[in-house]
Design a binder for this molecule. Sequence first.
Ligand code: ADP
Ligand code: MG
Length: 230
Amino acid sequence: MTSQTLHAQAVPMVRAEGLVKNFGHLEVLKGIDVEVQKGEIVCLIGASGSGKSTFLRCINQLEKANGGRLWVEDQRVGYKLKGNKLHEQTDAEVCRDRAHIGMVFQHFNLFPRLTVMENLLEAPRRVLKQRDADIKERALGLLRQVGLEDKASSYPRQLSGGQQQRVAIARALCMEPKLMLFDEPTSALDPELVGDVFMHQGRIIEDGPAREVLGNPRHERTQAFLASVR
Ligand code: ADP
Ligand code: MG
């Protein structure tokens, strides 16, 4: 194995170092340090308002962090390297990077006036400039995978919440992203495969394999939270 392939394997998918985010005087993220490897599934657990969505939104630049550093693969989020100096990205560059990161929002944010199939076609067509015939084949495969093949011509309002969530997942995957961010989706995941990170008031206070964090939490705040939701 060459040093280059070793390096490629070692670069995490996401890395945060001391990430800070404020909204005015409200300090929401108080120094987040986290690493997510390629192929790894990590859940952020924490009480409402502890900063989970804000952290996800920083990763795909829907929010701009105020301090610390964040990388997706080897790229500093929000910056580009010119020579050996970091410059802020332009809006167009932010959009280009965001196209490689899928996000399923808590309220799904489907386009209400488009059918399920049109919801899936929209971004690959406009952003990736792909041909409808090619996208449709992929889209049908994804709808089949989430068990909604027969809903391709339905509108979002005709679907249940769970079905809408699965359309949102298929829509995000239709962009063939390198990274997927899910806000509040844990019911659909297999807990055996998942690592957990517990957030409390803008900090990560506990992390480990899901079985340990959920079954044998070490931090008293994690114990109290899990006791309250069981
Ligand atoms: P969680 O997803 O863990 O429930 P959020 O990341 O949504 O938490 O919110 C963390 C804190 O940041 C909350 O106190 C919330 O009110 C605040 N917050 C989130 N977004 C904004 C915003 N755009 N402007 C001001 N405050 C915000
Ligand atoms: Mg949230």
